[in-house]
Design a protein around this ligand. Structure first.
Ligand code: ADP
Ligand code: MG
Length: 389
């Protein structure tokens, strides 16, 4: 028997124009938390998608209990005891929690001895058990769309746990969780670990990594850098390995001198009494203003309010001292304000449209000839220009 429940060896995967994984390896021991670390774009998610059968490796092998296996798709991965909670959730909000948990693998029963139909009673009873197991007090018949993003994340974790897996991949699971939910997740991870499950944990949060992981594998630009026992590591060492050079100063001094105040928000208050209230701030020319707060602090809601996505009960926005009236996003755009949304897949882009359409959509009126015809040439020029930058 192998010491490892799962091994990936010599994995190579290229996308057009980028080598995402350049002969990478990963060895998972049962009953351990294995942190996978690296900067954005290092190849962590791609490696996990290869393990879970979403991507096909160009080269490399996967071994389970020392035996070579082939994983062609997620259902084969699940059959082999691998479950994954994705970085970008793709839940179905119009369906119930139970249906989302058992999506693609509904329990079935015979009806009148002839037809095979979904066994809803069993599905909801099983879903209830799974939710209880991970200490989540949700009604499995509730619509998923009624939950917050962090609660949906919890359901996704329950779903992975319900698969009775031996390897559980958590790809940045805490990015949208509150502190209490993070603690709940850590208890689930400890439980699974005690049951012998190997957990791959992807996170950027150093304190989390050093707290819950047993081993740490670090990747950089698609390369395997190394694997270390977590208790031998320091934050500085991890960062140095992740970025590939000594970091003398994590936050280098800036020589930027902000100019005069150009943007002012005064007494901004939501029409929703539980959302943002009496918010005032100024932004100077050339200044970057950070807005900090815990999940649920209404940071996103405030910015969406300023951008005209949410309604305010009072408050003013001024640009260069002049009040501007923003009732909808179009008004904000017309006043030279741009916004990158938090949920970029859901509200930032339109996945069915081309890159060119997406880039030009916020400024389409600049590309209209004779008031009605889109000038595609001009749009393509814009895309080329952006590419060059
Ligand atoms: P990480 O999860 O470590 O942030 P990823 O695995 O998402 O990194 O990405 C690794 C590299 O592969 C990046 O350069 C990314 O742009 C590229 N990449 C990932 N998925 C795709 C894809 N579906 N098509 C093209 N390039 C991709
Ligand atoms: Mg990723």
């Amino acid at each position: 028997m192998s010491e490892y429940v799962l091994e990936m060896k010599d994995v190579y995967k290229a996308f057009p124009g980028v080598v995402a994984l350049n002969h990478v390896q990963l060895q998972l021991k049962p009953g351990t938390v294995h942190a996978l670390m690296g900067e954005n774009g290092a190849g962590k998610s791609t490696l996990m998608k290869c393990m879970f059968g979403i991507y096909t490796m160009d080269e490399g092998q996967i071994y389970i209990d020392g035996e070579k296996v082939e994983i062609h798709n997620p259902s084969e991965a699940l059959e082999k005891g691998i479950a994954m909670v994705h970085q970008e959730l793709q839940p179905i909000p119009a369906r119930t929690i139970g249906e989302n948990i058992y999506l693609g693998r509904y329990p079935l029963k015979k009806f009148l001895g002839l037809f095979t139909i979904v066994d809803h009673d069993k599905m909801y009873a099983d879903a209830k058990k799974v939710l209880e197991e991970v200490k989540m007090d949700f009604d499995p018949k509730q619509k998923l769309g009624e939950l917050s993003v962090s609660q949906m994340q919890s359901v996704e974790i329950a779903k992975a746990v319900s698969a009775n897996c031996r390897v559980l991949i958590l790809d940045e699971p805490t990015s949208s969780l509150t502190q209490n939910e993070v603690e709940a997740l850590f208890r689930i991870v400890e439980d699974l670990k005690a049951k012998g499950v190997a957990i791959v944990y992807i996170s950027h949060k150093m304190d989390e990594i050093l707290r819950i992981s047993d081993e740490v594998t670090i990747m950089r630009d698609g390369q395997y850098i190394g694997t270390w026992p977590a208790k031998e590591l320091t934050t500085d060492f991890i960062i140095t390995k992740m970025v590939g050079r000594e970091l003398t100063n994590l936050y280098p001094p800036t020589d930027n001198v902000p100019g005069e105040v150009v943007f002012e928000v005064e007494d901004f208050t939501s029409i929703n009494p539980r959302s943002f209230r009496n918010i005032s701030f100024n932004v100077r020319k050339g200044e970057i203003l950070g807005v900090a707060g815990l999940v649920g602090a209404q940071r996103t809601e405030l910015m969406e309010g300023i951008f005209g996505i949410r309604s305010k009960s009072k408050g003013v926005v001024k640009f260069k001292g002049k009040e501007i009236d923003i009732k909808q996003p179009k008004d904000a755009i017309d006043n030279g304000i741009a916004m990158l949304t938090e949920d970029r897949r859901g509200t930032g882009i339109m996945g069915v449209l081309s890159v060119a359409d997406n880039i030009s959509i916020a400024s389409l009126n600049q590309y209209v000839d004779h008031g009605i015809v889109l000038n595609h040439k001009k749009i393509e020029e814009l895309v080329r220009l952006i590419k060059k930058r």
